[in-house]
Design a binder for this molecule. Structure first.
Ligand code: CDP
Length: 222
C-alpha cells in the first residue's frame, strides 16, 4: 500500500524546497501541485482569458491539458505537451495561479490527476488542500508555515538570485494578498487539517525542517 504525506501551507513557507529534499531522503515521489495550478495559469494568461467570465474560463479550460513527468527524479510540468517548468515561476504567473485556483472548475480539473498519482505510489505531495481535500487519508499531514516577514524575505532572495527585478515591499504585499485569497476562498481554502502536525519554520533551518519530517514519517510508518 502506498504511504502518502500531505504538506500544506501558505506561499513562501519553504514547502517546495523542503518537500523535495524530504522526498528524496525517504525515496518518495515528490508532487508539487502548485506547479499544476501555475501551468493552468500560464495557459489562461496566454489565451488572455477573463477568469471572471464563467463561459470564457470554461472554454479556455477545455483547451488546457496539464500533465507531469519526471526527469532524473525531478518533476517536469507540461502544458499541452510543452515543458513549461521554468516559465511558470514568474510573479505574473504566481498571481494568476492564486486567482484562478479559487475557481472550482480549475480545482476539479486537477483533483483527479493528483489523487491518481498518489494512489499508485508513495508520494510526498505539497499544496494548499492536500491534507483537507485531495488526500484526507494521508498517513502523515504537515502544515508548514512561517511569518509573513520571513516568507517575503525568502521569496525576495529567491527572485533576486534568479535576476528578477523586485521590491521587498511589493513581495510582502503580494504574499499578504495571496494568503488572504488562499485562506478565504470558498473552494478548498487553505487551512490546517485537524490531524496535521504544525511546523512553524520562521526560526528553523531547511535541514531542521527536513529532519523533522523524515523523523515523523519513520515514526508514523511503524
Ligand atoms: O510556491 P508558492 O507557495 O508561492 O505557490 P505554489 O505552491 O506554486 O502555488 C501557486 C498558487 O496555486 C497558490 O497561490 C495557490 O493559490 C494555488 N494552489 C492551490 O490552490 N492549491 C494547491 N494544492 C496548490 C497551489
Amino acid at each position: 500500500m502506498s504511504f502518502n504525506i500531505a504538506i500544506d501551507g501558505p506561499a513562501g513557507a519553504g514547502k517546495s524546497t523542503i518537500a523535495k529534499r524530504a522526498a528524496k531522503e525517504l525515496g518518495f515521489l515528490y508532487v508539487d501541485t502548485g506547479a499544476m495550478y501555475r501551468a493552468i495559469a500560464l495557459g489562461l494568461l496566454r489565451k488572455g482569458t477573463d477568469i471572471e467570465s464563467e463561459a470564457d474560463l470554461s472554454e479556455s479550460l477545455k483547451e488546457i491539458e496539464v500533465s507531469l513527468d519526471y526527469e532524473d527524479g525531478v518533476q517536469q510540468v507540461y502544458l499541452n505537451g510543452e515543458n513549461v517548468s521554468d516559465q511558470i515561476r514568474t510573479e505574473e504567473v504566481s498571481n494568476m495561479a492564486s486567482a484562478s485556483a479559487s475557481k472550482p472548475e480549475v480545482r476539479a480539473k486537477l483533483t483527479e490527476l493528483q489523487r491518481g498519482i498518489a494512489s499508485r505510489q508513495s508520494v510526498l505531495m505539497d499544496g494548499r488542500d492536500i491534507g483537507t481535500v485531495i488526500l484526507p487519508n494521508a498517513q502523515l499531514k504537515i502544515y508548514l508555515t512561517a511569518s509573513v516577514e520571513t516568507r517575503a524575505q525568502r521569496r525576495y532572495q529567491e527572485l533576486n538570485l534568479k535576476g528578477e527585478n523586485c521590491s521587498l515591499e511589493e513581495i510582502e504585499k503580494d504574499i499578504r494578498e495571496r494568503d488572504f485569497r488562499d485562506m478565504n476562498r470558498e473552494a478548498a481554502p487553505l487551512r490546517q487539517a485537524e490531524d496535521a502536525v504544525l511546523i512553524d519554520s520562521s526560526h528553523m533551518t531547511i535541514d531542521e525542517v527536513v529532519a523533522m519530517i523524515v523523523r515523523l514519517t519513520v515514526v508514523n510508518r511503524q
